[in-house]
Write a protein that binds this ligand. Structure first.
Ligand code: HEC
Length: 118
């Protein structure tokens, strides 16, 4: 159980709901073969480029180290997916994109398995 100031808790949960929405949008774009779109959403909403959007710097200081690492793993894996999906816009490699997306989802699951916020 990790204690966050109330504003941070509300803000973090809103971000989380956007993470889930982003995953849904990514899957939808992959299903349509819109790899470029899937890549952009992943990078901007979940990837390393999303850190300032999420105010990650402000929130991170309330997180134990393991939780910070889990967050970083998520941002990294999303940026990796973004690269794989960009490549797939040329190669059409859906399987590779799905595998990279599964690695992103696994990072969500890993953090949720370990931490709650109060
Ligand atoms: C660094 C840790 C961490 C990562 C990574 C993470 N989450 Fe969360 N998430 C949490 C915590 C903590 C909660 C609050 C759980 C609780 O207290 O019951 C949460 C809650 C949520 C909620 C519920 C929001 C609400 O309104 O109650 C959703 C949806 C969610 N996460 C989606 C995701 C998705 C999708 C990903 C991956 C793309 C993800 N999260 C990655 C830590 C994380």
């Amino acid at each position: 159980m990790v204690r966050f100031p109330e504003m941070m808790r509300t803000h973090t949960l809103a971000n989380m709901r956007d993470h889930l929405l982003a995953l849904a949008e990514i899957q939808d774009h992959l299903a349509r073969g819109a790899f470029d779109k899937a890549s952009d959403i992943a990078e901007q909403r979940l990837g390393m480029s999303s850190l300032s959007l999420h105010g990650a710097h402000d929130v991170a200081k309330f997180m134990p180290q393991g939780m910070q690492a889990a967050g970083t793993a998520m941002h990294r894996s999303a940026s990796q997916f973004a690269i794989v999906a960009k490549d797939a816009s040329v190669t059409g490699d859906l399987k590779g994109s799905l595998a990279a997306l599964a690695r992103v989802t696994q990072t969500c699951v890993a953090c949720h398995a370990a931490y709650r916020i109060q």
